[in-house]
Design a protein around this ligand. Structure first.
Ligand SMILES: [Zn+2]
Ligand SMILES: [Zn+2]
Length: 351
């Protein structure tokens, strides 16, 4: 079958790889219906995260149809529509039981094989999912493949980020900022409103992303615009935001988040942190009394509550999707997404 494989920094190709087979009685084989490119795929693509073997199938975001199940699989049968988090979950360890599925003791990330050990990715036609019962989640017929592909990573991550910022729509906590309006930032904005926020500011440098954020109800702030500090000061009486959600993971955006949060506020970050040191120091933290929260979203734990929520609210999350490519066009899709050309925000792959 065809797959997008990693061949070195900024080098991927469409390769022929063997179709996956059941290897363990808890495995499920999925036919991929939609895949998606994610910012963290770009860390691999650009070599910001290293260690992955050449020839590894890329990708971790997908929805699909169950084709085959191992003997011990009881929650799924052939033909079921499913969504999947970006990591495996055993369902049985301390962290899975605690709802912190991102830290499952047996967790493995799709699309990460290192020294021959790991899990192949999903930018292909068929995927083997170990621990199928506790990893996969049924996708109701009312939720499209396209929305479903956002249910395994981007939407839960945005929702988790907003929850970490503890939005309390009261008089002491009213103004929040979301830094970075890529897919995760936009999902964070949607989530802040679902959680009761009223005054949400969207911070970015790219006009097309700010336009999208505005369509979702946020007030755009372009930090290329010299007057942005005055805008923040005007809305917050000079204090800064009560809560800031950082959805990029760069030193520059973390510094901006720190500068924008008011004393006593909360800084929540879900950007994959691919740099060595925080761009602010302990005295700075002491002087601001801020609370900081970081981390990978426990997507599997969140999917159980968010799939019914998306259904109930009839949320259309696909507003973030700007491009769809076939698997064969994968090299071009990666390049376009990486260079953020053509006002690209989120790219889907149709195998
Ligand atoms: Zn992702
Ligand atoms: Zn576990």
């Amino acid at each position: 079958m065809k797959a997008i494989t990693f061949e070195g920094i900024r080098k991927i190709k469409i390769a022929e790889v063997p179709e996956p087979r059941i290897q363990d009685s808890r495995d499920v084989i999925i036919r991929v219906e939609r895949g998606a490119l994610c910012g963290s795929d770009m860390h691999v693509y650009n070599g910001r995260e290293t260690g992955i073997d050449e020839g590894t199938v890329m990708g971790h975001e997908f929805t699909g149809t169950v084709m085959e199940t191992g003997k011990e699989v009881s929650n799924f049968k052939q033909g079921d529509r499913v969504a999947s988090p970006f990591t495996l979950n055993c369902g049985d360890c301390f962290y899975c039981k605690k709802g912190l599925s991102a830290r499952c003791e047996k967790s493995r990330l799709f699309g990460w094989v290192e020294n021959g050990i790991g899990l192949q990715g999903v930018h292909t036609k068929y995927v083997r999912v170990p621990f199928g019962d506790s990893t996969l989640v049924k996708l109701p017929d009312e939720i499209s493949w396209e929305t479903g592909v956002l249910m395994g990573d981007n939407f839960p991550t945005g929702y988790f980020c907003a929850e970490m910022a503890e939005i309390k729509p009261d008089q002491t906590y009213i103004v929040i900022g979301v830094i970075g309006c890529g897919p995760i930032g936009l999902m964070t904005i949607i989530s802040t409103f679902l959680q009761g926020a009223e005054n949400v500011f969207a911070v970015d440098l790219l006009q097309n992303r700010l336009k999208k954020a505005k369509q979702l109800g946020a007030i755009p702030i372009n930090t290329n615009d010299k007057s942005w500090k005055e805008v923040v000061n005007e809305y917050t009486e000079g204090r800064g935001f009560d809560g800031v959600m950082e959805a990029v993971g760069s030193a520059a955006t973390m510094k901006l988040a720190f500068d924008m949060v008011r004393p006593g506020g909360i800084l929540a970050s879900v950007g994959v942190q691919a740099y060595e040191q925080l761009p602010f120091n302990p005295p700075g933290l002491y002087d601001k009394n801020i609370t900081m929260k970081f981390g990978r979203c426990p997507a599997r734990s969140y999917m159980e509550k968010l799939i019914p929520l998306v259904q109930k609210e009839q949320l259309d999350l696909t507003t973030v999707i700007t491009h769809t490519f076939s698997l064969e066009e994968g090299v071009e899709a990666y390049r376009l997404f990486d260079e953020q050309k053509d006002e690209c925000i989120k790219v889907l792959l149709k195998p």
